[in-house]
Design a binder for this molecule. Structure first.
Ligand code: GRF
Length: 193
């Protein structure tokens, strides 16, 4: 029996994507969530980890950037893939090379538009709204040294109606995230991507 592929989820906020991923893999025999990492001790994702009985670790900048402790921690937990789900720090290059082509991220817009530093959460939806875009959507991509520039694995879009506010756009996009991210992770890990 092939051993499970283990994923670590990195999140900074509410963790709604982390929750959809954890729920999706809850009864999966070949892929499991082994660890939750956050840079925010108040992140909702930590309560979720506790509720689901998944180990979690809050990291600070020294831990993440001044040492390779994060790599040692991930290796200790036998992590094979890193899944970014609303993680706001840029990954250090040593972590990206240690997990080359094994780090996925979801961005709440149709890259390459509305990407890059500072483009996260409501900033993205506000920019899409201000530019009167007719659609927005999600991009799931591999992570490299530059924000939001890795190989695109999947995109899906949603129409923006005349009366939509930036919050409405955010809600439509978040629904796409929850619907697609877990399956795209599974397809990628199973080599279908
Ligand atoms: C999502 O909008 C995702 O696209 C972005 O960060 C947000 C995470 O939200 N990367 P949540 O913490 O998963 O609810």
């Amino acid at each position: 029996m092939m051993s499970s592929q283990r994923i670590a989820i990195f999140a900074s906020g509410k963790g709604s994507n982390a929750e959809s991923i954890i729920n999706y893999f809850e009864n999966n025999d070949s892929i499991e969530v082994g660890l939750i990492i956050s840079n925010n001790s108040k992140a909702g994702v930590l309560n979720l980890a506790e509720r689901k009985g998944i180990d979690s670790k809050v990291i600070d900048k020294d831990f993440f950037y001044k040492s390779e402790k994060i790599v040692q921690l991930l290796n200790y937990y036998k992590i094979d893939y890193i899944i970014l789900a609303g993680f706001l720090w840029l990954l250090p290059s040593y972590l990206i090379s240690e997990f080359e082509n094994h780090i996925l991220n979801i961005h709440p817009a149709l890259l390459p538009k509305y990407g890059g530093k500072g483009m996260f959460g409501q900033h993205v939806h506000r920019a899409v709204y201000d530019n009167n875009e007719e659609e927005s959507g999600i991009t799931i991509h591999l992570v490299n040294e530059n924000y939001d520039e890795g190989k695109i694995l999947f995109q899906d879009s949603c129409a923006i109606e005349e009366e939509d506010t930036p919050d409405d756009i955010g809600e439509k996009v978040l629904r796409l995230e929850h619907f697609h991210y877990p399956r795209i992770i599974e397809d990628f890990i199973n080599g279908h991507q």
